[in-house]
Ligand binder design. Structure first.
Ligand SMILES: [Zn+2]
Length: 240
């Protein structure tokens, strides 16, 4: 019971952060504001009415703040969400072809979901290379040399450079020093920071260390079992 509550508390914090992204702040189907449900396997944020319709199509629905989420599901939402859904399932769609159904218009929404997901009328199957290389936290945890090789670039979304025009040079130096420090400090940590665009680079395979790999996988699996959120949670803890 405690575990369940803990899971809901942690996942809700992560989900609320994701829901602040503009693309996730409106329903993936009808554009209703403030969707409170997520739909799998599409990893979308949807409104109450759309959640009911998705259920009719046997899509899995979970409520933010009430359901428990696995780290796999959270990762799907971190790496997916309504933005990626639109790129894939509405790739060949235009407003003229089929306008978004109005919020609350059950019939139109049902038709839209049918065309979008069941008939895949506007779907485009992208090649792997079309997307930036992204890995699941689990995969990352299982690879060897996790702490040293993983590089995560952060681009702050709202940069404050405009304010600092005059002291640009000094600031740049300071920034560089800080970056160095940060890099050193965080080198050994996995960093998932939802307020930034996060790019996880692919990890090169190291052939010689295959023997040790199994041991390390076992270790990492233990870490995952201990707390499935550890990788995601660790860096959100300071960020509340
Ligand atoms: Zn909706």
């Amino acid at each position: 019971m405690q575990d369940k509550r803990d899971n809901i508390r942690k996942s809700t914090i992560i989900l609320k952060k994701l829901m602040k992204k503009p693309e996730n702040s409106v329903c993936a189907n009808c554009q209703e504001l403030g969707p409170q449900y997520v739909c799998f396997p599409y990893a979308t944020f949807v409104c109450t009415i759309c959640s009911g319709i998705h259920r009719h199509f046997s899509h899995r629905i979970k409520g933010v703040g009430v359901s428990t989420f696995s780290s796999e599901e959270l990762n799907q939402l971190i790496q997916g969400g309504n933005g990626v859904d639109k790129i894939k399932y509405l790739a060949n769609w235009t407003e003229e072809k089929f306008p978004f159904p109005k919020a609350g218009d059950r019939k139109k929404i049902e038709q839209f979901i049918q065309l979008k997901y069941i008939e895949k009328l506007w779907y485009k199957n992208f090649e792997e290379d079309d997307f930036p290389p992204i890995q699941k936290v689990e995969d990352v945890m299982k690879t060897t040399d996790l702490p040293k090789i993983i590089i995560i670039e952060k681009k702050k979304k709202n940069n404050q450079k405009k304010e600092n025009n005059q002291n640009n040079e000094n600031n740049e130096k300071k920034e560089n020093n800080q970056k160095k420090e940060n890099k050193e400090n965080k080198e050994n940590k996995m960093l998932i920071d939802l307020d930034h665009e996060v790019i996880i680079q692919k990890i090169p395979k190291i052939e010689n260390e295959k023997i040790e790999e199994n041991e390390k996988i076992e270790k990492n699996e233990k870490i995952l079992k201990k707390d499935p959120f550890s990788a995601i949670w660790e860096n959100l803890e300071n960020d509340k």
